[in-house]
Design a protein around this ligand. Sequence first.
Ligand SMILES: O=C([O-])C(=O)C[C@H](O)[C@@H](O)C(=O)[O-]
Ligand SMILES: [Mg+2]
Length: 429
Amino acid sequence: MNPALLIDEVRLTPILIADPPLLNTRGVHQPYTPRLVVEVVTRGGTTGIGETYGDGKYLELAEPLAQALVGRSVSDLNGLFALAEEVCGDSRAADARVEAGGLRGVQTADKLRLSVVSGFEVAFLDALGKSLGLPVHALLGGKVRDSVEYSAYLFYRWAAHPEGGEQDDWGAAVDPAGVVAQARRFADEYGFSSFKLKGGVFEPDQEIAAIRALAEAFPGQPLRLDPNGAWSVETSLYVAEQLKDVLEYLEDPATGTDLMAAVAAGTDVPLATNMCVTTLAEVPEAFARGAVQVVLSDHHYWGGLHRTRELAAICRTFGVGLSMHSNTHLGISLAAMTHVAATVPNLDYACDSHYPWQTEDVITTRHVFEDGRLTVSDAPGLGVELDRERLAALHRRWLADDGTMRERDDAAAMRKAEPEWVTPAIPRW
Ligand SMILES: O=C([O-])C(=O)C[C@H](O)[C@@H](O)C(=O)[O-]
Ligand SMILES: [Mg+2]
């Protein structure tokens, strides 16, 4: 064992980052959203960084894990997962506490824990790569492409949050013309040539009109629509029929394997998911029933970069496509996403990323998309550096918060504009 790789210290820094008023079927994003930055310092003096969700339930699990890691090696990735099972509590006991649903599918205790461990796994890989002088993609077996393609992530949105927050200059997008204008700016400034619209916000016919307007403005370019499971089978089939000539895939039109299988049986439009299949336990039934044709990986809740590659192998085996999901994230995670995406031969689709919506970051040099792509870094580790002043400022914002922003709650944010709002029952349409 190389003593330089042993962990001397683990630092956890919860932060609040600005988030625009992006709409989804459950409500609207809050002005600030929590993230957790993980730093792992080795005896050799190297610091590895990672990033994951920052709500209280993740912090609760991250703290004991951080303490237990001192003296472990950053090369011991399998040990990290085993240790997390030991110190993050009894999974089955915790399962009773966790709710189902949300925008990212079921929420089991295992998935919560994997979401936490992913931030540590990335920090381990960053530290290991820096110590060995190797980029993270080399630690995953090596890149199979030099750049990774991303898709423009279009949202219906308001110009500003009702309760204030940081301002941006995107303006409102609440109709087809607004969506096309947003897409045009994504294409001009970032070079994206594939587009995903977050749906489930307006009546399905309005969202069909928005996709039609996009198809007219960007002929032949890949388009996706994702209502986060808000539709019935009937509505899903209606939308699929209306848009079958222009959709690359329809993402989670309905909720759960039964309904997704029923939709898949009635249309040739491929169905993608980051809600129906988000754990290994959900794979066998969904694949056997043909409920999904594309799975969206996400190294956060699938449990890190190595496990993302395991998911890719499973998809490859069953002839199911692979794409990548994104939740509000910063440049550390985007670096990790790009490294792992670069190593997966069957990542057949442009990856999602919220990054253009995030005006704040904790890295010294922001990622720059060119022609909708990010170049894969060959620098040691992730290839990004922590900006400690920014990190400290965003942590001060977290400390100053009275607790309202520390837990993501899109329905609570919506109530600032519509006091009677409750999370809509599914199916909404
Ligand atoms: O289904 C998806 O693609 C997501 O869950 C991505 C994000 O969480 C998105 O829906 C959001 O942030 O509103
Ligand atoms: Mg989705």
